[in-house]
Design a binder for this molecule. Structure first.
Ligand code: C2E
Ligand code: MG
Ligand code: MG
Ligand code: MG
Length: 288
């Protein structure tokens, strides 16, 4: 009986796997055929400074509107583009699009741009990305590159060269999704990283789960003692903001401030004052 049950499971598992593989090969095919310039766009999500009570920058987030598949999330198409060897061209297109929009922003507003591990692996690709920024005429100090720790795992030395290249060009570097994946504190010691972005998985649990709360508190303390900037990702409620303030957090990003938006929504966001109300009935951190 047990054996039959197991066999049954195996069949289900294979069917699911097969379906998944078909879906991913459809994705790969659509991606290979895609017109980057026409089908890919960039949305911008505001980053908010709790001390200045204003939006100080935007993160560029890629969107794909495929004629065959409809809209596809970057969590799917970025890895697919990496598999297909298409990511460098795509990154180049996305960066150009983001910079074109940025040209009309006030001069104190920054852009954060996500790089894939594959972008870091080629010095020529990095050169050409940095060249694109130079040609835009925008000051390097206004454009920050986000990289994830996983990006450093396959070839640390090459990743370090790329990061040095970026930093030598005058850009700051943020370590994205900090705390998930293969964090190593050695990276912070050995690389010119200037900011941590605390992954939203911790923040979303922070009010219910005391270990998530403690992790956020500890990562904030770590960033403060290492003199690094820190952005809390995935902030969705005023209660979260309230607690984050008490922990000394300064920069937040999330749906509470704004979801990723089209470029033409940026102007209204910047011209409307956006004080975040201090919650009148603040949620307490989970009892410790
Ligand atoms: P990320 O860089 O960590 O970006 C944050 C993700 O969290 C975005 O998802 C954003 O829309 C989402 N998010 C922001 N605030 C909230 C919130 O309050 N609640 C919730 N539930 N989600 C929130 P998105 O746009 O789907 O992007 C997913 C990931 O895809 C990004 O994670 C990034 O790793 C990657 N990605 C996006 N654009 C690019 C790109 O141009 N190049 C590369 N290499 N990767 C990109
Ligand atoms: Mg990011
Ligand atoms: Mg992130
Ligand atoms: Mg992420």
């Amino acid at each position: 009986f047990a054996k039959r049950a197991l066999q049954g499971k195996a069949v289900v598992f294979n069917a699911a796997l097969e379906q998944e593989m078909t879906a991913s090969s459809q994705l790969d095919k659509a991606l290979r055929r895609s017109d980057h310039e026409a089908e890919f766009s960039v949305k911008f999500q505001p980053q908010y400074d709790l001390v200045k009570s204003k939006v100080t920058g935007f993160e560029a987030l890629a969107r794909w509107d495929s004629p065959e598949l409809g809209s596809v999330t970057p969590d799917l198409f970025i890895p697919a583009a990496e598999r297909a060897g298409l990511i460098r061209g795509l990154t180049q297109t996305l960066l150009s699009k983001a910079l074109r929009e940025m040209a009309s922003w006030p001069t104190d507003i920054t852009l954060s741009f996500n790089l894939s591990a594959h972008d870091l692996m080629s010095p020529q690709a990095m050169d050409s990305l940095l060249d694109t920024v130079r040609q835009s005429g925008l000051p390097a100090s206004r454009i920050e590159f986000e990289i994830t720790e996983t990006a450093m795992m396959s070839d640390f030395n090459q990743a370090r060269r790329a990061i040095d290249q970026i930093s030598a060009a005058g850009h700051s570097i943020a370590l994205d999704d900090f705390g998930v994946g293969y964090s190593s504190l050695q990276y912070l010691q050995q690389l010119p990283v200037s900011k941590l972005k605390i992954d939203r998985s911790f923040v979303s649990q922070m009010l219910e789960d005391s270990s998530s709360f403690k992790i956020v508190r500890t990562m904030l303390a770590l960033s403060q003692s290492l003199d690094l900037g820190c952005v809390i990702e995935g902030v969705e409620t005023e209660a979260q903001v309230h607690i984050l303030r008490t922990l000394g957090a300064r920069h937040v990003q999330g749906y509470l401030i704004g979801a990723p938006m089209d470029a033409d929504q940026i102007d209204p966001i910047l011209s409307t004052p956006m004080p975040l109300r201090k919650a009148s009935d603040p949620a307490r951190p989970p009892s410790l």
